[in-house]
Design a protein around this ligand. Structure first.
Ligand SMILES: Cc1cc2nc3c(=O)[nH]c(=O)nc-3n(C[C@H](O)[C@H](O)[C@H](O)COP(=O)(O)O)c2cc1C
Length: 180
C-alpha cells in the first residue's frame, strides 16, 4: 500500500511535521513525502492514502501575498527564520485547486500558532474541504501541529505528528477493500 504526504512549508515546520507523519505511516505503508512542486498527478493517482499539509496563513491557506510576507520575514535583521529550500515553489492553494478528481482516502493537517483555533484559524480545514470537493474520503478530522509565536515547533509536537501518522495509517486500513 502506498501513502503520499504532500506539504507546503515556508520556514520548515510543516516539512518537519510531514516527515514525522510519514515515519508514523511507514508502519503500514510505503511512503513518499514531497513538497507541492514535486507532487505530480502520477504520484497522487498511485497513492492509496493522500495526506496533505500546509502552514496556516491569515487564518487559512497561504496566498501569493502571504507567501511573499513569509519570505520577507526571513530577510529581516536578526530574524532566526530560514526560508525552506522548496518555499519558492507553488503554494498548496493552487495545487489543491488543480488536482485531478480522485476517490481515494485522504487526511489533512496544518501547522499554526498555539492558540484557540477560532482566533488562529487552521489551514487544515480548507485543505480538507478541497480534498472532499475533489472526491476524496477523509479518514480523520483535520489536525493541527503547533508552533510558538516565533514559529518554532513546540516541544512534543514532532512526536505527536509521528503518532498521528500511525493512527491515521491504522484507521485507513479499515476503509480498504481487504477489510470491507
Ligand atoms: C504571513 C503569515 C501569516 C500567518 N498567519 C497565521 C494565522 O493566521 N494563524 C496562525 O495560527 N499562524 C499564522 N502564521 C504562523 C504560521 O502558521 C506558522 O509559522 C507555521 O508553523 C509556519 O509553517 P512553516 O514553517 O512550514 O512555513 C502566519 C505566518 C505567516 C508567515
Amino acid at each position: 500500500m502506498r501513502a503520499l504526504v504532500v506539504y507546503e512549508s515556508m520556514f520548515g515546520n510543516t516539512r518537519v511535521v510531514a516527515g514525522e507523519i510519514a515515519d508514523g505511516l511507514r508502519v503500514g505503508y510505503e511512503v513518499r513525502v514531497v513538497p507541492v512542486a514535486e507532487a505530480t498527478a502520477e504520484l497522487v493517482a498511485g497513492a492509496d492514502l493522500l495526506v496533505v499539509g500546509a502552514p496556516t496563513h491569515m487564518h487559512g491557506l497561504s496566498s501569493a501575498s502571504s507567501r511573499r510576507t513569509a519570505a520577507k520575514a526571513t530577510t529581516k535583521d536578526g530574524s532566526e527564520l530560514r526560508l525552506d529550500p522548496d518555499a519558492s515553489g507553488p503554494g498548496m492553494r493552487d495545487w489543491l485547486h488543480d488536482i485531478d478528481r480522485g476517490d481515494g482516502l485522504a487526511a489533512a493537517f496544518d501547522t499554526r500558532i498555539n492558540g484557540v483555533p477560532a482566533f488562529t484559524g487552521r489551514a487544515s480545514r480548507p485543505i480538507a474541504k478541497l480534498l472532499k470537493r475533489h472526491g476524496y474520503r477523509l479518514i480523520a478530522a483535520p489536525e493541527s501541529f503547533l508552533v510558538s509565536s516565533q514559529s518554532t515547533l513546540l516541544d512534543g509536537e514532532a512526536g505527536r505528528a509521528r503518532r498521528w501518522g500511525m493512527t491515521i495509517g491504522a484507521a485507513s486500513k479499515t476503509y480498504l477493500p481487504a477489510h470491507a
